[in-house]
Structures are given as structure tokens and as C-alpha cells.
Design a protein around this ligand. Structure first.
Ligand SMILES: *Cc1c(COP(=O)(O)O)cnc(C)c1O
Length: 428
């Protein structure tokens, strides 16, 4: 596999952009080697600047659930752009996307569009603090909620991959308002609430954790969080930036039947263009300016091109059988990978919810950040590069999810399982 063009371009990128990347997870920090520079993407495949083709299980970290360059999404983008790319006024398209989201996600009565998942989470925290008139928040170790100061505490995703301590530049006074609990451990939350109850504004959680690898919630975990927060006047925020429209047309909250007060969205709702959103109960959301006193704004928020890409994506996801088919395919892949590891006789723990897959080189069970961290990073690095040589692009970190799209074919999944079988045998 020739990758000299990639290597050359990445060298140049490193002289111009910190670390050569515009988001740390794109670096090959924990797997070693040089990131590949991509030229184009179509359907389930990525193509690099050297002309190599890869079956893509990263899917731009989640958004491309219909595959890359989906014809219907592309056409909407092009037609909309012809009529102007930003108005700085209300638009017809944003009303339509807002209507779709409020119909599809059970707990969202009002929704505000922003430009990224990070903006969505930081805005909900501000809103929760204003609504409850309290300052302290609780998050879970290994959950990632974007890079806002008060959420960059014991975070997952790139922070976990690079094994970074909490980031410099976050004032101690900010981080001091953030308490951390253990995912899937309601006792750890109860203890914090007992000690700090009257000061806690909100608990923010990934209802299905996807940024320490995929860690599904125990069946009783989210209902217990809901009861506890209700009892103490604490708002419950589901960060569904990854799970929204990924695991169910109504998000994790519809799949797991737990209703949060506020929800953060992103990724899929922009169909591959930059967007985020947050929404929830009417009485809380009406506190946002100009309806209420909590300020939050954005020059390009509700951008018509991003919004139509989202509308077309949600339209396709609303068709019958889409999620059933994704479920079957994903099950097949998860079973195949598990079996490949058994035959290779290496410790491997497979997790999955819908088309979100987690593969840990560890005995398991993996239920939280502490157990996820016990996975063998060196072995994953070898697996990653072995799969890459077979033309399969996985996330360059074990602490990230693998995603499937509606256009991953049964043949491509069989091919993936066969390749994994070969590569895993070499890992013993
Ligand atoms: C990706 C992600 C974010 C951050 O979204 P950006 O658009 O990258 O700012 C926040 N929360 C979760 C759960 C995510 O997966």
C-alpha cells in the first residue's frame, strides 16, 4: 500500500496546523504511524490522496449514517446553496428541521440550533444553571461533552486516547464546579447528591456512552438517574450528540424510554455539515433569549445549507425498516468480530447498541471508564494497522465507537469479518 502522498502532505500540515490536524482524534497518537490524508468519500468508502480505498467505519465520527455523498442529501445541499448560503434571518428550512426534531424526539418541545455539539452542551449547562439558580454540575468519567471549560474534566474521546491530564487553560475555579461520578454506578451519584444536593444544577450524561468506546447503560442506571434528579430538583441532560437518530429515530431516550429535561444534538442532524442543537421542556427552553434572559447566540446558527442536509437525512431515517436493517447488519458484524477473537484465542470484549459498536482488547466486562482503560492499547494499535492494510478504516483509538451506515453492504461486512479473523490471528 503506497501512502507517500499522504505522508508528504501530512508533513506539510504539521508545519502549518498544530499536530497537523484540526481535531486531536484524527491524529494517530495512540496507534502510531502517520494519519492518512483523504481526498474524497463516497457511500461506505474513503479514498486517500494516493488512490487507496478504505471501507469506512468512522463515518466522520458518526454523522454519515446514510453513507458519504448520499445523492438526495447532496442535491438538497446544492439546490439550497444556489439560493444563498446564509441569510442571518429566520428561514423556512430551520422551521422545518425544528418541527421534525420535536416530532421525532419525545422530550423536545422547543429546540435551538447552534453550530457544533460543543456549543449545544455548553448552552444547556448555562441554561440549567440559570433555571435552577445553582452552579455545580455532575458529569461521568469517560463521557465526552465537547471541549467547553467546565466539561473538559475527566473527559473521554481524544482526551482519553491521548491519556491527557485535565487540560491546562481551564481555570481551577471552573473545574471546581464540576463533580465527576462513575458511569453505571448510581451509588457514586447518590453520594455526590447527598453531599452537594442543594448546589447541583444538572447531571449531564451520554445515555449510551460512546466516547470511552461504546459502553451501554445497565437497564436500571438511567431510570435511577431520572428518579434521583427529579427528587432533588436537578435537571437531567442527555447528551445525544452521538446517539441522536443513531440508535433509534427518537434517540437513546426513545429506545430506553427515559425522558430527560434537556437534550443535546449534533452530528447526524447536520447530515455531514456543521450543526448542533439543544432542546427540551418548553418552560426551561423559554428562558433562552430573546424569549427569556439567558443569552446564547450564533451568526451562522440555523444555517440553511446545514439544515437541509439534516432534513434530508432525517427524512431518509424516517422510512420504514431503516433501523431494523441497520440493527441486523450491526449484529452480524458484532457477532463476527466476537467469533474471530474467540478463534484467535485473544481476550476481546464486544459491545453494541444499534449501529454503534465497541471492541475492547480486554477480558471485560466493561461497564465504566476504569474498566475500559484496562484494554490493551498496543494490541489495538496492531489491530488497527492490520485492518488498515486490508482496506478497512477503523477509529485510530479503542476509546471510540465504530459506526455502520445504511450503505454498508452484506459483502463488505463479510469482508470485514474475514479480515478481522486474519489480523487477530497475528495478534496472539
Ligand atoms: C461529538 C460529541 C460532542 C461534541 O460535538 P462537536 O460537534 O465535536 O463539538 C459532544 N458530545 C458527544 C456525546 C459527542 O459524541
Amino acid at each position: 500500500m503506497k501512502t507517500s502522498q499522504s505522508a508528504q502532505l501530512f508533513k506539510k500540515a504539521q508545519r502549518l496546523i498544530p499536530g497537523g490536524v484540526n481535531s486531536p482524534v484524527r491524529a494517530f497518537g495512540s496507534v502510531g504511524g502517520t494519519p492518512l490524508v483523504m481526498k474524497k468519500a463516497k457511500g461506505a468508502y474513503l479514498f486517500d490522496v494516493d488512490g487507496n480505498r478504505y471501507l469506512d467505519y468512522v463515518l466522520s465520527w458518526g454523522p454519515m449514517i446514510l453513507g458519504h455523498a448520499h445523492p438526495q442529501v447532496l442535491e438538497a445541499i446544492i439546490e439550497t446553496a444556489k439560493n444563498g448560503t446564509s441569510f442571518g434571518t429566520p428561514s423556512q428550512q430551520e422551521v422545518e428541521l425544528a418541527e421534525r426534531i420535536t416530532k421525532m424526539v419525545p422530550s423536545i418541545q422547543r429546540v435551538r440550533f447552534v453550530n457544533s455539539g460543543t456549543e449545544a452542551t455548553m448552552s444547556t449547562i448555562r441554561l440549567a444553571r440559570a433555571y435552577t439558580k445553582r452552579d455545580t454540575i455532575i458529569k461521568f468519567e469517560g463521557c465526552y461533552h465537547g471541549h467547553a471549560d467546565h466539561l473538559l474534566v475527566k473527559a473521554g474521546s481524544g482526551v482519553a486516547t491521548l491519556g491527557m491530564p485535565d487540560s491546562p487553560g481551564v481555570p481551577k475555579a471552573f473545574a471546581g464546579h464540576t463533580l465527576t461520578a462513575r458511569y453505571n454506578d448510581i451509588g457514586s451519584v447518590e453520594r455526590l447528591v447527598k453531599q452537594h444536593g442543594k448546589k447541583i444544577a444538572c447531571i449531564i450524561v451520554e445515555p449510551i456512552a460512546g466516547n470511552m468506546g461504546v459502553v451501554p447503560p445497565h437497564p436500571e442506571f438511567l431510570p435511577a438517574l431520572r428518579d434521583l434528579t427529579k427528587k432533588h430538583g436537578i435537571l437531567l441532560i442527555f447528551d445525544e450528540v452521538m446517539t441522536g437518530f443513531r440508535v433509534h429515530p427518537g434517540g437513546a431516550q426513545a429506545l430506553l424510554k427515559v425522558k430527560p429535561d434537556l437534550t443535546c444534538l449534533g452530528k447526524i442532524i447536520g447530515g455531514g455539515l456543521p450543526i448542533g442543537a439543544y432542546g427540551g421542556r418548553k418552560d426551561i427552553m423559554e428562558m433562552i433569549a430573546p424569549a427569556g434572559p439567558v443569552y446564547q447566540a450564533g451568526t451562522l446558527s440555523g444555517n440553511p445549507v446545514a439544515v437541509v442536509a439534516g432534513i434530508e437525512t432525517l427524512k431518509m431515517l424516517s422510512q420504514p425498516d431503516v433501523f431494523e436493517k441497520l440493527e441486523k447488519k450491526s449484529q452480524k458484524l458484532a457477532d463476527g468480530l466476537g467469533e474471530a477473537a474467540r478463534q484467535a484465542k485473544i481476550p476481546y470484549y464486544q459491545t453494541r447498541v444499534g449501529s454503534m459498536l465497541g471492541g475492547f482488547f480486554a477480558k471485560g466486562p466493561i461497564t465504566d471508564y476504569a474498566s475500559a482503560k484496562k484494554s490493551d492499547a498496543v494490541r489495538y494499535g496492531k489491530f488497527f494497522h492490520g485492518m488498515l492494510r486490508q482496506g478497512i478504516y477503523l477509529a485510530p483509538s479503542q476509546f471510540e465507537a465504530a459506526f455502520l451506515s445504511t450503505v454498508h453492504s452484506p459483502e463488505s461486512i463479510r469482508k470485514t469479518i474475514t479480515a478481522a479473523g486474519k489480523v487477530m490471528k497475528l495478534l496472539r
